[in-house]
Write a protein that binds this ligand. Structure first.
Ligand SMILES: *Cc1c(COP(=O)(O)O)cnc(C)c1O
Length: 373
């Protein structure tokens, strides 16, 4: 059965991930149809050329759209999605509000655009002056890498009253963790390279919107610009989406266990995870998020200690990105984020909690030259 957004509403997250966007079962056919690899199609039906559309995109767009509660357009990466959104919505001279502590490449891209950029920290202050005259307010909550959150519903009301559109970069939350469109945002944009695809082997992105005219324009922009995802990558992202619920559950379980241990660990400071009741983000996050993921941050006293920690660990590798099967640690100052030298963005993977907690605490003890417990 093809399950659209409304029909899916009664199901839980696991069922939705497996069945969202599924086509009617056909005897002798696979559960998830393989990638349709075609540049031109034989003419005479809807599909005619692979840059304009193909069934592999539509299957995933229908699945993610059902989870987001909107109309989805897929892109070859998160940045392709974000930059297409900005180019589609903004005209020269427009005012754009962006998070000063969000994904750094967005601000880099904007230096080449003729728009007036207002940078605001995710935690605000969110005042009428901040959104006055803006065409678009881009939020990122929880923010990457700081994991601060903002109140999507309240800011959407403020921004809409000022005549601005609101887009939320929903990458850290995923469509299961947060539904910005239901919270009043006009656009949910994300990098699915992270937890949605989830296996560290594909780059992907999408935009979901509620307005049909905007959806049509985004699809047109993709066709015209040629920034299109390959059918094989699309199929891989769709395959990953099927297990998002169980992967997120394990990642969140591992994050919760690690955060608890790290909070009491000598030499570790500023442990941040929106899912922790002690976290400054928790009050808003627990109200607007449906569930939490596996990304948290903490600080060691220096870059050198971070290197020693990763070297001492048997399970944690240094890698940027997050949301994959493997636990990874990323020292964000290495990439130029305006954060302390020893800040680690940790992505809890799918290892057994017991193994991971033991390995991480032992690696910290060795790095910090504490007696290993
Ligand atoms: C990774 C990331 C992006 C960029 O996505 P790519 O798929 O790497 O292009 C954008 N926003 C956030 C919050 C991200 O974490």
């Amino acid at each position: 059965m093809t399950e659209g957004g409304a029909a899916m509403a009664e199901w839980g997250d696991g069922t939705r991930c497996v069945h969202a966007g599924s086509a009617e079962p056909v005897a002798g056919q696979p559960f998830l149809a393989g990638p349709v690899l075609a540049a031109p199609f034989h003419l005479g039906a809807d599909d005619f050329y692979g840059r304009a559309g193909n069934p592999t995109w539509r299957a995933l767009e229908s699945a993610i759209g059902a989870l987001d509660g909107g109309l989805c357009t897929v892109f070859p990466s998160g940045m392709a999605a974000i930059t297409t959104l900005l180019r589609t919505l903004l005209s020269p001279g427009d005012v754009l509000v962006v998070p000063s502590d969000g994904y750094y490449l967005v601000r880099t891209f904007l230096t080449g655009m003729d728009v007036r950029v207002r940078e605001v920290p995710t935690v605000g202050p969110w005042t009428t002056e901040v959104v006055a005259g803006a065409r678009l307010v881009l939020l990122e909550t929880p923010s990457n890498p700081g994991l601060d959150v903002c109140d999507i519903r309240a800011i959407a009301e403020l921004a809409h009253a000022a005549g601005a559109l609101v887009a939320v970069d929903n990458t850290t939350a995923t469509p299961l963790g947060q539904r910005p469109l239901e919270l009043g945002a006009d656009v949910s944009v994300a990098s699915d390279t992270k937890a949605v695809a989830g296996h560290s082997d594909v780059l992907f992105g999408h935009i979901s919107v509620t307005d049909e005219a905007l959806w049509t324009e985004l699809q047109r922009q993709r066709t015209v610009s040629g920034a299109i995802p390959g059918p094989f990558e699309t199929w891989m992202a769709h395959r990953g989406l099927g297990t998002l619920d169980v992967r997120l559950a394990r990642q969140a379980e591992n994050a919760a266990a690690l955060v608890e241990k790290l909070r009491g660990h000598e030499g570790v400071s500023n442990v941040r995870w929106p899912g922790s009741p002690d976290d400054p983000s928790y009050a808003i996050a627990s109200r607007q998020m449906r569930r939490f993921g596996g990304v948290f941050t903490f600080e060691l006293a220096s870059a050198e200690l971070v290197t020693r920690f990763v070297e001492a660990s048997r399970l944690v590798s240094a890698a940027t990105s997050f949301g994959g099967l493997h636990s990874t640690a990323d020292r964000r100052a290495h990439w130029g984020d305006p954060v302390p030298e020893g800040l680690i963005r940790f992505s809890a993977g799918l290892e057994d909690s017991h193994d991971l907690v033991h390995d991480v605490t032992a690696a910290l003890d060795r790095a910090l030259e504490l007696p290993v417990q």
